[in-house]
Design a protein around this ligand. Structure first.
Ligand code: ZN
Length: 107
């Protein structure tokens, strides 16, 4: 099955503390049904000093979000939308925006 949300897609968060924020998908964790979105769901984490960071301190870590908590934002019409799958006669599948019907390319 073709994934409806893939890396580099723009998504909007529809629930939780980051509701209404948009960002690009940095990573899709398909097994967990989660996505990592750049700039969203950042938590601060205390780290002990190590080789990379001899001071230790607070670092910011991007946490995955449930894929059901994000909605795809169409690059053509700019609206949060559902992604449809269209199947060509030769069997090729492509993603389309359900609002403006424009094919959505994977970036
Ligand atoms: Zn659209």
């Amino acid at each position: 099955m073709k994934a409806k949300i893939v890396k580099n897609d723009k998504v909007m968060i529809i629930t939780g503390k980051d509701k209404g924020k948009t960002g690009d998908v940095a990573r899709v964790l398909s097994k967990e049904k989660k996505v990592m979105v750049n700039g969203v769901n950042i938590v601060k984490k205390a780290v002990k000093p190590n080789k990379k960071n001899t001071q230790g301190g607070i670092i910011e870590v991007m946490k995955p979000i449930e894929i059901s908590n994000v909605v795809f934002v169409c690059p053509s019409c700019g609206k949060p939308t559902r992604v449809g799958i269209s199947i060509a006669k030769n069997g090729d599948k492509s993603r389309i925006c359900k609002k403006c019907k424009v094919a959505v390319k994977e970036q």
